[in-house]
Design a binder for this molecule. Sequence first.
Ligand code: FAD
Length: 272
Amino acid sequence: MTIAVKTFARLAEAASALSTERGARFLAGGTLVMRAVNEAEPSIETLVRSTDPSFVGIAVTSGRVELGAGVTMAAILGERELAFLHPVARAVGGPAVREAATIGGNLFAPSPYGDFASALLALDATVTLAGGYGQRELSLEEFLGRRERGASLVSSIAFKRPANEVFRFTKVTRVHPKGLSVLAIAAQLPLANGRIAGPRIAYGAMGRMPLRAKAAERALEGRPLEDNAIAPALAVAADGTSPLDDAIASAWWRREILPIHLRRLLLGAGRS
Ligand SMILES: Cc1cc2nc3c(=O)[nH]c(=O)nc-3n(C[C@H](O)[C@H](O)[C@H](O)COP(=O)(O)OP(=O)(O)OC[C@H]3O[C@@H](n4cnc5c(N)ncnc54)[C@H](O)[C@@H]3O)c2cc1C
């Protein structure tokens, strides 16, 4: 079967082709979609790509970060202002994968992939969707919950830049340095007078998609980051999760070790 590859100079044109061309799939870094093509996935008839410069743009100010969805993990690692995201980008595959893998593609990667998406969820990111008739923005959390995600073209991702030390990430894997996630935890832990104020925690591989740890967030509110004070949050760490049961780890094991790694992350002793 032949597959047409269509390249557009503007994201709006690519978005329009994605929604109108038969069997169209967007091609970003291709680390997953090309695997599907090589395996002769029958639903793919057209690959749509874009050379729009905004797709690979990185804009960092003191308060905000805006990233084109086509920014690669390697490009994140090359940006000093994004040092807080380096442990996340470094956790995605090996060097060859990171050269191609994009942050936009990571939002569509099936669990246990999606390490970067978990971090973006903890950062309360918004995604901008490009369409033939304009753009619209929605929260990443809402976007991840949508069924028809495949039909939209994500053009960019933005979030408030966290203050130093506020953002933490850890990935638990059996194979170092580049194994798949047993689980991943990303957290934004702002402190006010030594107590947590408005925490945001996201897990990878603890469900079909990256998800928020809402029970743990509630239990942490107003508490100092100390062993006794975080115990209630650890007790509810797995609430609302439905961990993957796969060749990497059983769902039971993921639930068992989650509080251990959450404790390490909260007390600042996590691996990243
Ligand atoms: C060997 C190997 C190791 C890997 N290790 C990891 C890992 O450790 N952690 C991890 O999280 N992932 C891992 N991955 C998965 C993958 O590389 C990453 O998730 C990557 O970020 C996917 O991005 P991509 O640009 O390559 O996506 P592509 O393959 O180009 O696309 C993937 C899917 O997303 C859609 N898509 C891509 N970009 C957009 C967009 N902007 N708008 C709309 N749809 C879009 C495509 O149509 C396709 O359906 C690994 C993959 C391989 C092959």
